[in-house]
Design a protein around this ligand. Sequence first.
Ligand code: UD1
Ligand code: CA
Length: 422
Amino acid sequence: MERQLKTIILAAGKGTRFNSRVPKVLHEVCGKPVLDYVIDTAKAAGSLKTYVVVGHEAELVRRAVEGRADIVLQEEQLGTAHAVRCAADEFKAYSGEVLVMCGDTPLLDPVIVRKLVSRHRRSGAVCTFLTAELANPEGYGRILRDESGRVRAIREHKDADTSERAIREINVGVYCFAGKELFGSIADIAINPKKKEFYLTDIIELFLSRGCKVDTLVTDDWTANLGINTRADLALAGSIMRERILKDLMSSGVTVVDPATTYVESDVRIGRDSVIYPCTYIHHGVRVGENCSVGPFARLRPGTVLADRVSVGNFAEISRSRLGADVNMKHFSFLGDADVGSGANIGCGAVTANYDGKNKNKTNIGRGAFIGCDAVLVAPTEVGAGAVVGAGSVVTPGRKVPANRVAVGIPARVIKKVERHE
Ligand code: UD1
Ligand code: CA
């Protein structure tokens, strides 16, 4: 039978060096909060339930993860072992495995975590944890091994002597535990006399002294433990993540003409053979179909969905809108809260006025409609299928241009049927 996996994410620390009123784990990397990446990684590794240990600004974090993770409160931050212990009540009747990770490492690859869990399951260890070789191991816990290469302990930097500090293998801070053994031993960890904290890392020596097996997985991906301690770390993580996202898109068949000036946030999907031109920004969660053309200088904001063969050109901005197949929106336009039927044309400079100062209102544009240059559609409004709105016209709120009619002027009035020359 497949064993169960649950996760504890440690995120109670103050993050002093980040210098923010907002907890650092809620700051965004490529449009998504740092903590969300870690929660997603836990899920991708097969975790059924995730607990986030919070302390500093607990309420803000609780609200941010609502529905995606449970919260455990650590009122006083007495160290990483104490943080895990705070979750003990949630694991009383639990006999599966427990993954423990830090909340501030958004670049940790789910593939590595999956490997860690499966190695743990094969080896029969009570704890399997991730290590990495760093050129500069300063500040991290070092991995002490015996002559035959078996782990003996994790020594924190502060407690390490000169020879131990020369060790370049470090503790990443990702652990897979047998749940029963974890909570059976965690209360026995003694306080660290120097830092006056309970170190989770001390559990390794404790397990070994009790005759339990401990195992490690070494990763060569140095970004796995890139913690967001400062704003500079945040920017660095953003640029690494951006490169990953663009690489993934390109390998899935999307042309990115100039990766250096293209910004695509996380969880964006773009179909095959679409082309993204330079200086384009595509926000979190946007969907773009196949054979689309976006940019140069386009901005697709959250809630935008483009069907296949849509063309969005320079200085176009789209927000919370759906564009059907073959829609053209080539220059200087804005669409917000709009639903655009397939084959419609949004003329140069045409905009939806979707915000009335209080509410965001909807605009519906039917299939094959033609919105003339510089037209303003003041929402809520509707343009029927095949209708034409003349250049410079203003369609006022609550009005509907019927299907296959031409409307012009300010306010726009219907003047005739659409003549088709086919
Ligand atoms: C920890 C490890 C170290 C490892 C490093 C990897 C310990 C004792 N040391 O060191 O071996 O190399 O991570 O990054 O575990 N936290 C709480 N409550 C607390 C204290 C910390 O939730 O009381 C959280 C923090 O918010 C953070 C994580 O635990 O997300 C790690 O804590 P931190 O104090 O940064 O540990 P390090 O000194 O970096
Ligand atoms: Ca840290």
